[in-house]
Design a binder for this molecule. Structure first.
Ligand code: 3PG
Length: 213
């Protein structure tokens, strides 16, 4: 297991973030870190994503900083150039995976079916985002999906509908490396500067995960 994968496994929860204002980047990062989750996936759903990654890389280098919703090779390049440690996408796009591999960049494409999984696996990927986790059938579906491939040493990061109530159900599965989600810091909460609320949500999630160990 590589260093990035090991760090994700250690924290078990990836806060997935869509952020609009640069002024919110550091206060948000500090709320997550003080809440016990020094890692972040900044999604390319907002224009400032590359700049936000760069700022965090400079000002909070101790955090594990990733890029999310990477949908094109240009976005992949921006993620890498601005210092992201890992990349994630909701779906499996072989062009992006190929480019990530060329750059030796830790990238987790999204998969939902055996065909997606096998296509990504055949390119050398063994950590997948499982998206949209809950809508697709949740833990029951993930168990069935992964059953034929357990000998392939694959790991999943379920995202989509994960929250404080169901995260443990996913983390109890051996093949789940971590879960991801926006519930820890919703867009509206970031925009309203509810840093204390975000910090407390991280603490609650973290304490559940620690009990799980
Ligand atoms: C993602 O990009 O990982 C998902 O949009 C997260 O889904 P959620 O908002 O249900 O956590």
């Amino acid at each position: 297991m590589g260093i990035i994968e090991a760090k994700i496994k250690e924290h078990k929860i990836i806060p997935v973030i869509a952020i609009e204002k640069m002024d919110d980047v550091l206060p948000l990062a500090d709320s997550l870190t003080e809440g016990g989750l020094p890692l972040i996936e900044i999604t390319f759903r907002t224009k400032i994503a590359p700049e936000a990654i760069k700022l965090l890389q400079k000002e909070r280098p101790e955090m594990l900083i990733g890029a999310g919703t990477v949908l094109t090779n240009d976005e992949l390049e921006l993620a890498i150039d601005n210092g992201a440690a890992f990349g994630v996408a909701p779906g499996f796009n072989p062009k992006i995976v190929e480019e990530a591999l060329k750059n030796n960049f830790f990238f987790m494409p999204g998969i939902l079916t055996p065909s997606d999984l096998e296509a990504a696996l055949s390119m050398g990927i063994n950590v997948f985002k499982f998206f949209p986790a809950e809508a697709a059938g949740g833990v029951t579906y993930l168990k069935s999906l992964s059953a034929p491939y357990t000998h392939k040493n694959i790991q999943f990061i379920p995202t989509g509908g994960i929250n404080i109530k169901n995260l443990k159900d996913y983390l109890n599965l051996d093949e789940v490396l971590a879960v991801g989600g926006t519930w820890l810091a919703k867009k509206a909460e970031i925009e309203s500067g509810l840093w204390e609320m975000i910090l407390e949500k991280c603490q609650t999630a973290k304490s559940l995960v620690s009990l799980n160990n």
